[in-house]
Design a protein. Structure first.
Length: 107
């Protein structure tokens, strides 16, 4: 299973928010869903931003996403239509780069 699929499954099963929605919201709109406060955080920078004739646009972002103690580096391409809806085009990079483990100790 890819890292993207694993994170998507985790977010969807626990919070009913898919990874595509998290990337769209985090890159284009700023803060991600309040449901994910304390669970996920995104830092993204625009790499490409082009408007289309129909008031939509396509965009490319690079950044980092932290989900439940695991940090991922990503690059993605997004599309926004004239109505403002966002769609994930593709994700050429989504890989874990850091994680923390916790172990409960009986005391």
């Amino acid at each position: 299973m890819s890292a993207f699929a694993a994170v998507d499954d985790f977010l969807t099963s626990r919070y009913r928010v898919g990874l595509a929605d998290v990337l769209c919201a985090g890159c284009l709109q700023g803060p991600i869903s309040p449901l994910l406060d304390g669970i996920a955080e995104i830092r993204a920078r625009p790499v490409l931003s082009e408007s289309t004739d129909d008031d939509g646009g396509h965009f490319a972002y690079a950044g980092a996403l932290a989900v439940a103690g695991v940090s991922y580096r990503f690059r993605c391409r997004l599309f926004r239509d004239a109505a403002g809806r966002c769609f994930l085009g593709d994700v050429p990079l989504f890989e874990p780069v850091a994680w923390q483990t916790r172990m409960a100790m009986a005391g």
